[in-house]
Design a protein around this ligand. Sequence first.
Ligand SMILES: Cc1ncc(COP(=O)(O)O)c(C=O)c1O
Length: 388
Amino acid sequence: MQRIYLDNAATSYPKAPGLGDAVKHFIDDVGDNVNRSGYDVMAADEMVFETRDMLAELFNFPNPENVVFTLNITYGLNFLLKGVLQPGDHVIVSSMEHNAVMRPLMQLANQGVELSRVSCDDEGKIDVESLRQHIKQSTKMVIVTHASNVSGTILPVEQIGAVCEEKGLLFVVDTAQTAGVLEIDFERIKADALAFTGHKGLLGPQGIGGFLISQDLAGNMDALVSGGTGSLSEHEDVPPYLPDKFEAGTPNLPGIYGLNRALRYLEEVGLDSIREKESQLATGLLEGLANMEGVRILGPREAQGRMAVVSADFVGYDNAQVAYFLHKHHGIRTRCGLHCAPSAHKTLGTFPQGTVRFSPGHFNTKEDMEKTLSAVRQALKELDSILR
Ligand SMILES: Cc1ncc(COP(=O)(O)O)c(C=O)c1O
């Protein structure tokens, strides 16, 4: 059976062309560690720095040394939250956050950090004025997702960043669902830090992500993990400068080689055309699903204010059965459930049943969307005949 992969919000598939070769090249032909060997030409070092440069360019970020690699965005967000917030500090989030933000914050709340959640509306949109009303004397940080992994809703990070700048608050953005698709300008959104993951829209491999951090915040943030860096080895203290301060231990070099290849591909294709294509795919799905009876679509109806993350609640059916039918009979891979974002589902009214999430990506086609819609129609008919 043909496979139609519609789970790009979880991880993109397929990956950028040539990625597997790039990873293999490192393993088979390069092999050097970084910062640690005394050889003349250190190909891996150059590749790592080139990849920092490419990420800095992608996010219009002025300082490539402050691009820090971690395992994924979850680790990056943990660094940024646990390395900065202290008991007594107040932090503001949206009600659309992924557990990669909420779980570290809940741990911190148990240690005396105070948390406010700005309620978004039933399309996942945030009112920046209501965010403003949560600010108080002890507020230190605002952290939001750039787009919801449940409804695809894009949050107005430029406006939120402007409020943070005006009020002197740290602003941190989770770009898991937008990096590699939307243009993200670190300076324009006035972020203090931005976390990214390599394996979703960036079309890179799993196991590589990180964060970009301003010099000011880096100076005030503790290193959550410490160890050997291959630098200042005569000292047992953590190096004070970046990226070494936050990059202890041997990095995921195969992952960085793969990410480098993926970033090259994104550059060749251009984010505008990636965004345009994904929006067209989302529009096809949104229109088709909207015409079906008993299907509730989450998030904005138009592709403009959202990513190609289309969640549907098949009211009157068991969403898991719909997803199972699509997979079993049509090879369509969606993701059913709460998508690690219970707060978003509570906001959107789909807790605890969750939704079936269709997330087309760069390599899907219009035909995939047509087949999917026809498969959904068949699934509902079939379930009708069983249930009613
Ligand atoms: C909005 C958001 N933040 C964070 C994450 C966590 O990503 P990773 O598993 O790559 O750390 C995800 C992944 O689903 C996400 O959608």
